[in-house]
Structures are given as structure tokens and as C-alpha cells.
Design a protein around this ligand. Structure first.
Ligand code: ARG
Length: 579
């Protein structure tokens, strides 16, 4: 089924084309920006009229004449507004018919995409040399929301965790690992805290020239495939992966080992990348390094900016691996779209990778390559979020803190609950609060991480929405709330109609998130949905109403609960029946 907006847009666009004589017009139908503008408004008339040098209100009028002739059952009435908008009011009967269908089949609340695609989502992708820190939080959470949304629409999703597991740092780590390994210490204990381990290795590297040489040799041995060194490296990687998996599990993030496509996976392809760039005459030598210069990339002074592919010592770079990854995704996996959920500071890197990949035909002309950039997480002082001593905050510590704070909150709110129940609630609420705080911000801006806002029961927060859900559920289990037939029959109160319309708009929002990859649109929607429910709940008695109205309102509440839980699920947030 088309969404309300799609249905109207198709219809009005056709009429606009007929009225203007211009083929394939887009009527640009949007949700009404103010309640007095009806349910939807047509925005596309003015620009077209301007282009044709005719009066916008006249064009609007002739669109309306055509719409009236079609007499679509969805439209109750229309009027021209302002300089040439058309306001559209929908028929209640149509809203009720849609509600009926969804109450029969709640999964239809979010219909499948009409042309499912194969999509790679590259997200989380930490560097395995160190512990995951707060800098990985946004990408992990936003990426996971996007895969959930796209998968729910029926696209085939290939998650790729492009972890950093190769390069010079690993020589240092292996050398340190082998050194302490020979002293018969328990390795898992040593690797319990990767940050400490990394610092110890780095310290050895910086202060001991002999060790530093061993470390450099270790990289050569590793990259040359020496089995002993490979084994030590595997051991380290394996341990580090367990650390990130523990975080994913705690965060209820859907990544697992099978989604790994580590940097090392592309090793075997790197020389081919160089060869193919050479064949296509795209390489030049600059200061001994092999580089690609593309005319569209210049520095501040207009100097051409290189993409370095191979250093003068033969070593490859981050960019080389990414070119191999695009090539693999495009030509081997044959995906239609590839999303890179990565820090905004890498935006030049991705612009260059995409451009080189297109020039060298590593990317098919039809594949969509999109950098889903996100900003930084800041502390309350507006500076990057760090510990007092300036270290990165480990993600595990942050999540444990969230759970601790939620536990205090739940205990204060609900002291009568037993400890085990409070703990379960605290885990769910704490994690949800952190995730929602990320998802509800516009991803491209930096944002200030603030415990008290994210854990508040008021405002656009996870606790508020989860509480709204639990509250509806509690109404639905009250005596007198059982229904034989779920059907909405009454829309006479404005609050009832507003709520139903809001619910029916969920698929439009999901579609927007799938296209633009801004999960905050879904969060804003949820906040409005919960608000619509609260207004309905205040204005319209449910259990005290006469039978027919009561049943209708219970059905409406049921539908609201379904919309809330399905949306929260897309955000990767679990719901609770009791809070
Ligand atoms: N490991 C990289 C980092 O920590 C992120 C990798 C993102 N994905 C990619 N294909 N480059 O910065």
C-alpha cells in the first residue's frame, strides 16, 4: 500500500502535469506545516508557475478542477492558500479503512519498499589495536538504526564492520605480546584492558630502541605471512573482537562476527589496485609515492591534492584499502548502494575515494556511494568528551555508568519493585537513554553529551517514550479493556483523528529515514506521536466511555502501542511493559 503522502503526491503531480502541460511534474506534497493548513499541503505549484510565468493561484485552481473531476475517495476537500499552496483535507472513511487493515495485520504499519535493493552498510568499524571509546558510539548506534530501518523495508542488507586490524601498530603489539608471552603470563588477563596493554607497548616502543626494532621487524614478519607472527596477531585480534562484541551485545546492536570485513581482508587486492590504476594511467609519482591527482581536489593554494596509494617504502594506506573495499562491494557483492557511517572528519577522504573509484571503474556507474557523516560528541564544556586527564573514555565504562544512573532513577521512582526487576529495567532504560540521545540529534552536528537530559522522563527522551508505551499497555490490560473486535469507528473528537492520522504517517517517516539516513526524523515523529496520544488520553475518556466509543478508543490505543513499539524497535530500543 502506498503511504498517504505517496498516494496524494502521485495524484496531484499528475494533475499538475495536465494543468501545466509539463511532463513529470512533482507536486511536492508534504505534511501540513500547520494544523490550519489541513492534513497535507501541495508546495510544488508556485515554482512551476514562476517558471511558466503564470499566476500561481490560477495554476492551483486548474489543478483543483482536475482533482475534483477525478473525485479521489481520499480527498474530502481542498482550498487554495496564500500565494498558491493547496491545502488538502482527508476523508475520515479512508483513514478508518487504513486503520482497519493495519489492525488486522499490524506488520503492515510499515509496508515493504517497492523495489528492494542490496545495500552495504559499513559501520562501527573500530580500530582493534585499542578499546572502543566514546568516539565509536555514534557510528555504531546510527549505523545499527539504519540497517534496522532498511531491513524492515525488505532491502537486502550486508553489514560490514570494516575494523582496523592491520598496519604498523600491530607490529608493536605483537612484539609486546610475544615478549610477555615468553614470561608465561596469562594473556587473557593481560588483554583484559586493551588500553593499558596498548600504552605499555607504546611505552616500550618509545623508550627502548631494541624493542622498537623488534616491533618493526614484527610488522614485516606479519605482513610476510610468518605463521608464528600471524598466530600472535590472531590471538590479539580475537581478544579485541571479544571486547567489541561485548559492547555490541550490551548495546543491543545487531553486529556479530559474521559481519566482519576487516582491513586485512583486502590485503590480497592492494597490489591489483595499484596495477589497475596504472593501467588506467591514473597514477603519478610524487616524492617517491604513487598518487592519484584528480582535478576536482585542490588544496587552499590551488595546489593539486594527491590521494596517496602507495608510499615510497611500498606500504599501502587507509585509502588503498578503501578503494579495494569499494571494488569488492561493487563488483563482487554487486550492491546497489553503499553507506559509510563514519565520522564527518573523514569527509574529504570519502569524497576522494568515491571520485577515484568512479574514475578507475572500481565502482560501477550505478552504485550509490554515500558518506553518512556524523559530528563529535562533546562534554558539557563544549570540548571533545574525554576523561579529566584527557584520555578517551572507554565505551564500556560509559555504558555501565548509564545503567548505574538508570538504576538510581528507577529505584527512586519505583522503590517497591524488587531488586532484580529494577536491575532489568535499569539496563534497558540506561542503554536506551544513551542510544536515543544519539539518534534524536541531527547526526551532522556536534552534540553535548548530558546525562540529566537523556535520563529525564520529560522531553524527547527514551524514558519519556518508553513510559508512554508502558502506560498505554497498562490501560490495555485493565479489566474492561478486552475487546472482541478491534476496530476504530469514532473520529469525532479532534484528538482521536489527529492521533490516527499521526499513526498512519509512520511509513512516510520510515521512508524518509531510509532515503536520507537521518534517524532524528523518526525520533521527532515518535515524540509527536507520544504527544498526540497524551492529548487524546486527556481529552477522550476510554474505559468510562459508552461501549462503542470505548472499543474504538481501545483499538486506537492498541494501534498507538504498535506504532510506538515498532518504531522503537527500528531505533534498536527495547520496550518495557512496566517501568
Ligand atoms: N577504522 C576507521 C576509524 O576508526 C573507520 C573505518 C570506516 N570505514 C571505512 N571503510 N573507512 O577511523
Amino acid at each position: 500500500m502506498q503511504t498517504l503522502k505517496q498516494h496524494l503526491n502521485t495524484l496531484v503531480s499528475r494533475c499538475l502535469s495536465e494543468a501545466s502541460g509539463i511532463a513529470d511534474c512533482n507536486a511536492n506534497v508534504i505534511t501540513a506545516s500547520k494544523p490550519e493548513f489541513g492534513d497535507y499541503q501541495v508546495n510544488g505549484v508556485m515554482s512551476l508557475a514562476k517558471q511558466l510565468k503564470i499566476a500561481p493561484r490560477e495554476l492551483a485552481q486548474s489543478v483543483i478542477v482536475r482533482l475534483l473531476a477525478i473525485n479521489d475517495p481520499m480527498i474530502e476537500r481542498m482550498e487554495i492558500a496564500g500565494p498558491g499552496f493547496i491545502n488538502i483535507h482527508l476523508q475520515n472513511a479512508q483513514l478508518l479503512a487504513r486503520a482497519d487493515a493495519i489492525l488486522q495485520q499490524p506488520a503492515d504499519l510499515i509496508p515493504a519498499a517497492r523495489n528492494p535493493k542490496t545495500i552495504v552498510v559499513d559501520y562501527s568499524s573500530p580500530n582493534l589495536a585499542k578499546e572502543m571509546h566514546v568516539g565509536h558510539l555514534r557510528g555504531t548506534i546510527i549505523g545499527d538504526c539504519l540497517v534496522r530501518v532498511l531491513e524492515r523495508q525488505g532491502h537486502r542488507i550486508i553489514r560490514q564492520n570494516h575494523v582496523g586490524d592491520w598496519g604498523t601498530q600491530f607490529g608493536m603489539l605483537i612484539a609486546h605480546l610475544r615478549e610477555i608471552g615468553s614470561q608465561q603470563v596469562d594473556l587473557p588477563t593481560q588483554l583484559e584492558d586493551l588500553e593499558t596493554f596498548y600504552r605499555a607497548a607504546k611505552n616500550r616502543f618509545d623508550t627502548d630502541e631494541v624493542f622498537a626494532e623488534t616491533a618493526r621487524q614484527s610488522v614485516v614478519k606479519l605482513q610476510g605471512g610468518d605463521p608464528e607472527y600471524l598466530a600472535a596477531w590472531r590471538q590479539f585480534i580475537d581478544e579485541s573482537l571479544q571486547h567489541s562484541q561485548a559492547i555490541y551485545d550490551k548495546l543491543n546492536v545487531t553486529l556479530s562476527r559474521k559481519d566482519l570485513k576487516a582491513e586485512s581482508f583486502y590485503n590480497k587486492d592492494l597490489s591489483t589496485i595499484v596495477d589497475e590504476l596504472e593501467e588506467k594511467s591514473l597514477l603519478s609519482i610524487s616524492e617517491g609515492a604513487r598518487c592519484v591527482f584528480l582535478p576536482e581536489f585542490t588544496g587552499k593554494d590551488g595546489e593539486p591534492l594527491p590521494v596517496i596509494i602507495q608510499k615510497s617504502d611500498g606500504g599501502y594506506l587507509y585509502a588503498t584499502t578503501d578503494l579495494a573495499a569499494v571494488r569488492y562491494r561493487s563488483h563482487t557483492l554487486k550492491v546497489d548502494r553503499c553507506l559509510y557511517v563514519v565520522d564527518a572528519r573523514q569527509s574529504l577522504h570519502f569524497q576522494q575515494i568515491f571520485a577515484v573509484a568512479r574514475a578507475a571503474d572500481f565502482a560501477s556507474p550505478t552504485i550509490a556511494l554515500e558518506h553518512i557523516a556524523y559530528g563529535m560528541m562533546l562534554g558539557s564544556d563544549g570540548k571533545p568528551f574525554k576523561t579529566r586527564s584527557g584520555d578517551n573514555i572507554k565505551l564500556v565504562d560509559l555504558l555501565d555508568e548509564a545503567i548505574r544512573r538508570a538504576h538510581r532513577l528507577v529505584t527512586a521512582k519505583n522503590p517497591g519493585l524488587d531488586e532484580a526487576a529494577r536491575l532489568t529495567i535499569a539496563e534497558t532504560v540506561g542503554i536506551a537513554a544513551v542510544k536515543y540521545a544519539e539518534l534524536s540529534k541531527n547526526r551532522t552536528s556536534d552534540y553535548i553529551f548530558d546525562w540529566s537530559t537523556m535520563l529525564s522522563f520529560e522531553g524527547n527522551t527514551a524514558p519519556y517514550l518508553m513510559y508512554a508505551y508502558a502506560r498505554i499497555k497498562s490501560i490495555l490490560v485493565k479489566p474492561g479493556a478486552t475487546l472482541k473486535k478491534y476496530q476504530i469507528t469514532s473520529l469525532s473528537e479532534k484528538a482521536e483523528r489527529d492521533l490516527l492520522l499521526k499513526i498512519l504517517q509512520l511509513p512516510e517517516i520510515v521512508e524518509a529515514v531510509a532515503t536520507d539516513c537521518y534517524p532524528n526524523q523518526l525520533c521527532n515523529y515518535l515524540y509527536e506521536l507520544a504527544g498526540s496520544f497524551m492529548r487524546f488520553y486527556e481529552a477522550c475518556p476510554i474505559l468510562k466511555a459508552a461501549q462503542e466509543i470505548r472499543e474504538s478508543r481501545l483499538a486506537l490505543a492498541t494501534l498507538t502501542a504498535a506504532a510506538l513499539s515498532q518504531s522503537l524497535d527500528l531505533l534498536g530500543i527495547e520496550t518495557l511493559e512496566q517501568m
